[in-house]
Ligand binder design. Structure first.
Ligand code: ADP
Ligand code: MG
Length: 462
């Protein structure tokens, strides 16, 4: 079996276990150097990544490797090999390893250069052709297509939201690709919210505010992915607000995505929220069985493989929650087949998938700590704030939600909950649980927030 395929399958599995940001920081530019009798050498781009993988992800990597190879992996070594395309060097501090710079973005090496269409961030793989339309995503698909056909003229901004792995990023790239195809001179820029934030911070620190503005305000189409990460970052929000206004006034297209609807982005400034809401808001929801089947079929075609209908059906029935996992399952199955040179049957597939983490409430794998940090992450609060004494509404409501989830998802006792949440009395925990239970019934926003937090909890928290 080809080590590259093996590593891709391992990465697919790891991706489900860690956050997007962590994943791209730590697993970017990694590969397998060799794989022999349970001994694996993994290439990493710098010493910092090496140390981090050893310290934080070693067990997960071993587990994923064993799962996929179905062999006992005894020994994994991380070897630093400088990848030429990577700008990161071993001497970098932790922060800069995680933060790509604007000079990379504009394609320059050290100084800021002119806008470079080669690095517009668009991934050619994600096209409309490769996107399967079903009930859950037809609105978002239609809106994206409309925007791509007449950028700046139909829906501006286009706001796409939906849970993890449902195709938001894919659609946004598809918009970019289609525009590129129709009018190659249109300047498109795709960035993640993280990238935007880092560029902004870097620009402020290094006195390159003008380059930042030139870059972001000089495009015809600006695509910003995962803008929920703007919450709690006031300076960056401001920068985004002004960028947005400038582009919008010139009828330049803006496309953004988020894991939740605008009204649930509670800590965004009101003026920015109302701007974001003034265009088209389209959601993507979970795909139905038919769509999952169609997606699997198309992914098989892309890879030039044919699988029995029974097998596809089995996979589509087993993996329901999101498309990234569906693809991950397919990758594992194919890796298994190639590694062991066997014909696939439903039985084989069942056993391959039996080790996949099922995202089901009964099989939770998080603990109280991860619940707390998930809630803190969702609301962009520090643990001290969340567990502290302040009764400000901004802190008190997330705290109550956290207590509610400890009860509803973990069945913790009220005294334990009180204890965990900054040593509070059990009556406080009961009050919180009852209050949030009521609000879940009555208040749609509360319901959405809780759903999204749960989704993060069951998808990412370990
Ligand atoms: P999100 O950004 O919503 O988390 P992504 O766009 O990254 O999700 O999608 C996850 C994976 O699923 C990608 O590989 C993407 O190509 C695939 N995918 C999502 N939706 C579809 C679809 N409708 N048709 C084909 N592939 C899809
Ligand atoms: Mg995405």
């Amino acid at each position: 079996m080809n080590t590259e395929q093996l590593w891709q399958a391992v990465l697919g599995e790891l991706e489900l276990l860690v956050s997007r940001a962590n994943f791209s920081t730590w697993f970017k530019d990694t590969s397998i150097a060799s794989y022999e009798e349970g001994k694996v050498v993994i290439r990493v781009p710098n010493a910092f990544t090496q140390a981090w993988l050893e310290k934080k992800y070693h067990p997960a990597i071993i587990k994923a490797l064993s799962n996929i190879t179905r062999e006992v992996v005894k020994d994994v070594i991380y070897k630093v090999e400088v990848v030429r395309t990577s700008m990161h060097a071993a001497a970098h501090t932790p922060n800069t390893v995680a933060l790509p710079t604007m000079s990379q973005l504009v394609g320059g090496s050290s100084s800021h250069q002119q806008f470079d269409t080669q690095s517009n961030g668009i991934n050619r793989k994600y096209t409309f052709d490769a996107f399967i339309v079903g009930k859950g995503n037809e609105l978002a698909h239609a809106a994206a297509l409309a925007v791509a056909s007449a950028p700046g003229k139909t829906y501006n901004p286009l706001f796409i939201y939906g849970g993890v792995g449902l195709g938001k990023t894919h659609l946004m790239h598809a918009v970019g690709n289609k525009i590129n195809e129709q009018s190659p001179n249109t300047r498109i820029l795709y960035v993640t919210c993280e990238r935007f934030t880092n560029d902004y911070i870097h620009a402020v620190r290094s006195g390159h505010g003008k380059e930042f503005n030139d870059l972001y305000r000089g495009v015809d189409v600006l695509v910003v992915d995962d803008i929920q990460f703007l919450t709690g970052k006031e300076g960056t929000q401001d920068a985004f607000f002004h960028t947005f206004n400038e582009l919008h006034q010139q009828n330049k297209q803006v496309v953004v995505s988020s894991d939740r609807p605008p009204k649930s982005l509670a800590s965004l400034e009101q003026r920015l929220l109302s701007r974001l809401e003034c265009g088209m808001i389209a959601d993507i929801s979970q795909p139905d069985l038919e769509t999952r089947m169609a997606i699997l079929e198309s992914k098989c075609q892309e890879r030039d493989v044919v699988l029995d209908h029974n097998i596809l059906e089995f996979v589509a029935e087993t993996v329901q929650s999101n498309i990234r996992e569906l693809e991950g399952a397919l990758n594992r199955i194919l890796a298994h087949r190639d590694l062991h040179h066997i014909d696939l049957s439903v039985e084989v597939v069942r056993s391959v998938l039996s080790t996949v983490r099922q995202v089901q409430p009964q099989q939770r794998s998080f603990n109280i700590r991860s619940l707390i940090s998930t809630v803190a992450g969702y609301y962009d609060l520090t643990l001290d704030d969340l567990l502290g004494k302040s009764r400000m509404k901004r802190l008190a409501v997330p705290r109550q939600i956290m207590m509610y989830l400890m009860r509803s998802e973990m069945k913790s006792s009220f005294p334990t909950i009180g204890q965990e949440v900054g040593g509070r009395d059990h009556t406080t925990a009961i009050h919180a649980y009852e209050k949030i239970s009521r609000e879940v019934q009555e208040n749609e926003k509360m319901r959405t927030d809780i759903e999204l937090i749960k989704q993060r909890l069951y998808t990412f928290a370990v």
